[in-house]
Write a protein that binds this ligand. Structure first.
Ligand SMILES: NC(=O)C[C@H](N)C(=O)O
Length: 594
């Protein structure tokens, strides 16, 4: 400012501090906020460095009678904000202080005055960009907003502390997933989204078939097979004329019957050709309509196709060739579930291991879940602290417990016996307990929360409640399937925000996490005759599974695998209640926009 000549621009700091966070973003000329404040010393050691930082204003206020503005700026690189001081004259302070405004600023890092929480702040002398926000209409003000409200502002909700923390946790869990399987020698296989196979045989598939309109069909046809020109039409007419003449001449010359009929046949062909040419000459691209509506024609895939419910069947083809594989992608279920645990589009991690049985499957699943919990403790501790503060006091302890405690393993039959004992002891369940039932959420909770108080793997389920591909056990009644159930209640850490002070029953003081089944898996039926029989028993058509049967016809091998519901893992880790809040763009009945 002022008349003096501007001094040469001071160099921006680029140093990589000992913890590896460089003050220079690799592909942008600003320092991520994380690289400034998320350091063991809170950034204090950076005092005197010149940096450029950008982000969105969380809170801002003018101070010292408008002589400077005080901003908390967040760029989503970490949960912490950067404290920014801008003097009047450097920029229009009234715009800067609005929540939601985007700023790119430059200045010197300084240690703030005694008594402030932050260990470092940025004193700005250059404002390079301001993206203003109208406070009257901005839907994400600084007041605490409910997650439900934010679901109606999906495009802006990543600006909140919670949703950006969830995004980082989700990212970390995805990275942990690849890291775990890659470290253990698994190959990542991309399985298809569009398929004709219903893996679960439950008929919950979304139709993926795109119908081609008559108009599109015509357009395509005209490109491949263009209509005849005027000259083609003339030529076809001439040919008919010529052939007609030849027939008349032959008749006049009293030619043999055979000669005449051969020429008549030629004339017929020429006439048919002419009428085809005339028909094609009439073809024009356009949208044929029936009763004012577009006339849709034939299926794109020439048979019904769907969005996949699981990559399992396809990934098995790779397991039966390259041994240890996993797929990780979106899956779809057209269930009309309005619960906080179901999504129409969710992500699944599905490993598949050849030469391995149910025990190996359980070992892999347990190791994987433990690995993810430890990963979050190591790499996302600050975000987990935020979750503990906002949603679930016990979430960090739960991660510690899961990563260090062996999971309980009980057979389905033992689980039913335990539940029956509980009923005899006076415990009431809404759904009757008897061998053969699908365990309900109340039963699963009782096992994980009241009896074992840790994750429980239940294995060897009755065949009648499980999918056709699961291996039939020697008892011919059960299949080699397993589910990992996780506790939803954290006994050691009551979550007081959701309780009423006068409730004394311990469960009232607990945070209820709606997670349930985190993993479902099985040893696969590798015996050709047995699986064929199972498909028939379950009333499934054999034809769509012929390729799957080939894996058993040619070089069959024992193998197993499981599926982990990725969003359920995030619910379990964070303590967030609703699955719609842990996926960036939730899809559920009535919701597919954005
Ligand atoms: N890969 C798996 O075992 C998961 C199983 N197909 C499911 O969708 O539940």
């Amino acid at each position: 400012m002022g008349d003096q000549a501007t001094p040469p621009a001071p160099e921006l700091a680029e140093m990589a501090i000992s913890d590896g966070h460089s003050l220079k973003h690799p592909f942008s000329d600003r320092a991520p906020v994380r690289s400034i404040v998320c350091r063991p010393d809170g950034g204090a050691g950076l005092a005197g460095q010149r940096v450029r930082a950008g982000g969105w204003v969380k809170t801002g206020r003018e101070q010292g009678k408008g002589s400077f503005a005080f901003l908390e700026v967040n760029d989503g690189s970490c949960p912490a904000n950067l404290q920014v001081i801008v003097d009047a004259g450097v920029a229009d302070l009234s715009t800067l202080v609005q929540t939601g405004t985007c700023v790119l600023v430059e200045g010197l890092l300084k240690v703030p005055p005694e008594g402030t929480k932050q260990k470092i702040e940025l004193r700005v002398d250059k404002v390079l960009h301001v993206g203003p926000t109208d406070p009257a209409s901005y839907p994400i003000p600084k007041t605490k907003l409910s997650l439900e409200f934010l679901r109606d502002h999906i495009h802006l909700r990543a600006r909140t502390n919670t949703i950006s923390a969830v995004a980082r946790i989700r990212n970390a869990l995805a990275f942990a997933t690849h890291s775990f399987f890659q470290e253990h020698g698994f190959l990542y296989v991309h399985t298809p989204i569009i398929t004709t196979s219903d893996c679960e045989g439950a008929g919950e598939m979304f139709q993926a078939t795109t119908l081609i309109s008559e108009a599109e069909k015509l357009e395509k046809e005209l490109i491949l097979n263009p209509p005849p020109t005027e000259a083609d039409l003339e030529a076809a007419k001439l040919t008919v004329g010529e052939k007609g003449n030849i027939v008349s001449q032959l008749k006049a010359a009293k030619a043999t019957k055979e000669e005449i009929s051969a020429s008549v046949a030629d004339l017929k062909i020429a006439k048919e050709n002419l009428s085809r040419v005339e028909e094609r000459a009439k073809l024009k691209p356009g949208i044929p309509k029936k009763d004012g509506k577009i006339d849709y024609g034939q299926d794109f895939f020439s048979r019904q196709a769907f969005l996949t419910v699981s990559g399992q069947l396809q990934v098995e083809t790779y397991a039966c060739a390259v041994s240890s594989v996993y797929t990780f992608g979106p899956t779809f279920r057209a269930e009309h579930s309005h619960t906080s645990r179901h999504l129409a589009e969710f992500w699944m991690v599905e490993p598949e291991i050849a030469f391995a049985d149910l025990q190996d499957d359980m070992n892999c699943a347990e190791a994987y879940v433990k690995y993810m919990c430890q990963w979050l403790l190591n790499k996302c501790f600050d975000d987990m602290e935020l979750m503990a503060k906002l949603y679930d006091k016990g979430c960090i302890d739960r991660l510690r417990m899961v990563s260090s405690t062996p999971f309980e393993r009980i057979s389905y039959t033992e689980a039913v016996q335990l539940l029956e004992e509980a009923v005899r002891g006076g415990k009431e369940f809404e759904k009757n307990v008897e061998w053969g039932i699908d365990l309900a959420s109340e039963h699963e909770r009782y096992l994980t929360e009241d009896i074992f108080r840790k994750p429980v793997i239940v294995y060897n389920y009755p065949k009648g409640i499980k999918a056709f591909y699961m291996r039939l056990n020697d008892d011919s009644k059960t299949v080699a399937a397993m589910d990992i159930l996780v506790p939803k209640v954290n006994h050691s850490h009551a979550h007081f925000k959701v309780c009423v002070p006068f409730c004394i029953h311990s469960n009232w003081l607990c945070h209820l996490l709606q997670v349930g089944e985190l993993i479902g898996g099985s040893q696969r039926e590798e015996r050709y005759e047995v699986i064929k029989q199972r498909i028939a028993e379950m009333g499934l058509p054999i034809e769509p599974y012929e390729w799957y049967l080939d894996l058993r016809r040619y070089g069959t091998v024992k193998h197993c695998g499981f599926g982990l519901g990725f969003e359920r893992m995030i619910l379990f880790a964070t303590g967030i209640d609703n699955i719609r809040d842990v996926i960036p763009f939730p899809r559920y009945p009535g919701r597919a926009d954005l």
